[in-house]
Ligand binder design. Structure first.
Ligand code: F6R
Length: 256
């Protein structure tokens, strides 16, 4: 695992985007696993700039998002409908800004009639395309990867997961509050790729920024491997893992 510390969020975002851009240039038909949350926004905007100003070409790229709230989604034909889905987030922050093809975009469908069946099919589709070349990851305040809350097993697969109160509080502050949605109205369940699914990806790019993540990323990288901090699974990741932190997030690490 490579651990890289950048001075600030902007440097982290530009550097992370350069790693994704290298993959897209090296393998134009690569499969990328995207994450949502506030952390990758800077990287997504830099990728959009590389597309617009330097012609970075996403026309053959396939994407699979890590997770989505259960019970909300967007109509893919009308991607700009206002709601708090991760699909909408991806359209706003990345997909509408680059030339990825609509038919190559995969986001777990929060309105699936049969969510369990949908999750099985999502896994099958990832496999049928040869697996994910690069998975973008963050870390939740409770140590989650995707929406794999504490207690999720390391061999868990794509499934419905119940969100815990820390995740609901964090996401309320980051997204829902601004949109005028009350905490009571927020979805309590999500669809998420499992830890086992993530561990099968070929490379991982994990982004961590800000002082509020310093304690939890120290636990994930240097603490015991534990399902209490599901992102600690990075310690047993067999592919090529790169963790990029800003100085504030790295401030509690003992070994850099
Ligand atoms: C979302 C996801 C989550 C986030 C995590 C951190 O797709 O995978 O695990 O990475 O909740 O979110 P932010 O970046 O908002 O702190």
């Amino acid at each position: 695992m490579k651990i890289i510390v950048k001075d600030n969020y902007e440097d982290l975002s530009v550097f992370a985007a350069s790693i994704v851009a290298d993959l897209v240039k090296r393998k134009p038909n690569c499969v990328i696993g995207f994450a949502t949350g506030s952390t990758p926004i800077g990287m997504y905007h830099e990728l959009a700039r590389l597309h617009k100003e330097e012609g970075l070409d996403f026309s053959q790229v396939t994407s699979f998002n890590l997770d989505e709230y259960l019970g909300i989604s967007i109509d893919l034909e009308k991607p700009y409908e206002m709601d708090q889905s991760y699909a909408r987030f991806m359209y706003e922050e990345l997909f509408s800004r680059i030339n990825i093809k609509q038919e190559n975009i995969n986001v777990p469908y929060g309105l699936a009639e049969n969510p369990d069946q949908f999750c099985r099919q999502y896994e099958e589709k990832i496999k049928s395309l040869g697996g994910i070349d690069m998975q973008i990851l963050g870390i939740g305040g409770d140590g989650h990867w995707g929406f794999n809350e504490p207690g999720s097993s390391f061999d868990s697969r794509t499934r419905v997961e119940k969100l815990n109160s820390k995740t609901i509080d964090d996401n309320y502050e980051a997204f829902y509050k601004k949109a005028g949605v009350s905490k009571e109205e927020m979805p309590r369940y999500a669809l998420t790729m499992g830890i086992g699914t993530i561990l099968e990806t070929k490379s991982a790019l994990m982004l961590v920024n800000g002082e509020k993540k310093a304690d939890i990323i120290q636990k994930a990288l240097e603490g015991p491997l534990s399902t209490e901090v599901t992102a600690s699974a990075i310690q047993i990741y067999k592919g090529d893992a790169t963790v990029i932190l800003d100085k504030a997030a790295a401030s509690k690490l003992k070994n850099i």
